[in-house]
Design a protein around this ligand. Structure first.
Ligand SMILES: Cc1cc2nc3c(=O)[nH]c(=O)nc-3n(C[C@H](O)[C@H](O)[C@H](O)COP(=O)(O)O)c2cc1C
Length: 361
């Protein structure tokens, strides 16, 4: 399978960090669907970590079912990244990841994220300090990885050179999103360019990333870049079951079948249940209002349902709208698949709508 330093992953597919989405509830949801090799927290500010702000504690929350969990840190050479890495290990991280790809002003303007791609020598020194602090603290048990883009712009394609320098100072794996910073999310990810990084660092795994939305995409990215693993971001926000499907394709030659709409709605209900468990009903409802359009993209024409979720005053009405929609689809779809199949996300709670019977890990 895939090995990152001493950490063995049961699958070559990883859930990407997606700020605002990949909290513990969503990570567990994807893991329950099957096929996830590792999952990452949103990016965490190193100073906020050490202050233990309530927002950062929420973002860094993990538990025994959320393994292996990578915590992603961002900052620059003046920030306490080595200390934050030690904190992350003490709070449940099995992998420490350094963000070198975020193009958003809030991060890049503070010299973190993608700005690290502009000064490879300085970035390598920073990474070395983190690697050394982690080694001193965890004795080689916790690998440090980096997630980067190809470079700032096409004139500065630094990823192969930077990955080489990072491998030399002990970085255990690199993830490469096949776009440049100036592209943000426009155009398409260049999977062939990721192959150049693979060639530069034959001794460590390279995880390819960008635009994987189907199991076949994952297979094609692995073949094109000859990388060791695939990280999926936006595709997972639409279809958290993509890991199970892609894993089946990679390991057994045939993708697991597409869930029915009834099953997909069971997954959405399970997401709500997990979010309510970890964040309380009000925040769970807010999260779902933000997330439902992603799910909608995987379900065809569900505009009325999306509208019902966005305007639902509370979690209870949201659950009812989802249950009604699921019942309608199941009566239309033959054969109906019982949404209580826990492997696909249904649960006694989602079935009954009884908020006193939450079943959570
Ligand atoms: C809304 C949003 C938030 C993101 N947040 C992060 C983040 O916190 N850390 C990070 O390394 N990348 C972040 N990314 C980038 C993704 O991890 C991933 O590299 C990118 O979306 C390309 O992969 P995809 O095509 O599978 O989505 C974010 C992307 C999006 C769309």
């Amino acid at each position: 399978m895939l090995r990152i330093g001493p950490v063995e992953l049961a699958s070559r597919l990883l859930l990407a960090p997606i700020a605002g989405h990949t909290d513990i509830a969503f990570r567990l949801l994807c893991r329950e669907q099957g096929g996830v090799g590792a999952a990452y927290t949103d990016l965490l500010n190193s100073r906020a970590i050490l202050k233990e702000t309530s927002r950062t504690l929420d973002l860094a929350r993990t538990n025994e079912s959320d393994r292996p969990c990578g915590m992603q840190l961002y900052g620059n050479s003046d920030d306490p990244l080595p200390e934050a890495a030690v904190w992350a290990i003490d709070h449940g991280a099995q992998i420490i990841d350094i963000n070198m790809g975020c193009p958003v002003d809030k991060v890049a303007k503070k010299n973190g994220g993608s700005l690290l791609l502009r000064d490879c020598a300085n970035t390598t020194r920073l990474a070395e300090r983190i690697v050394q602090a982690v080694r001193r603290h965890a004795g080689g048990r916790v690998p440090v990885t980096a997630k980067m883009r190809l470079g700032w712009d096409p004139e500065h394609m630094v990823a192969p050179q930077l990955a080489r320098q990072l491998a030399d100072i002990g970085i255990a794996a690199v993830t490469v999103h096949g776009r440049y910073t100036v592209q943000f999310f426009s155009g398409s990810a260049d999977w062939r360019a990721i192959a150049r990084v693979v060639e530069a660092v034959p001794e460590i795994p390279v995880i390819g990333n960008g635009d994987v939305t189907t199991p076949e995409d994952a297979q094609e990215l692995l073949a094109t870049a000859r990388c060791a693993g695939v990280m999926i971001g936006r595709g997972a926000l639409r279809t958290p079951w993509i890991f199970r499907q892609a894993h089946a394709l990679l390991e057994h030659g045939a993708a697991a079948p597409e869930p029915s709409i009834g099953e997909k709605l069971g997954v959405v209900l399970r997401h709500l249940e997990l979010a309510a468990h970890f964040d309380g009903e009000t925040r769970a409802a807010t999260r779902m209002r933000q997330h439902i359009s992603w799910y909608g993209k995987s379900m065809g024409h569900v505009k009325p349902l999306k509208e019902a979720i966005r305007t639902a005053p509370d979690l209870e009405s949201m659950v009812r709208a989802l249950q009604d929609a699921r019942d309608r689809f199941q009566s239309l779809n033959a054969p109906a698949v019982p949404a209580s199949r826990t492997a696909l996300g249904g649960s006694a709670w989602a079935e009954s709508g009884d908020f006193s019977k939450r079943i959570c890990p």
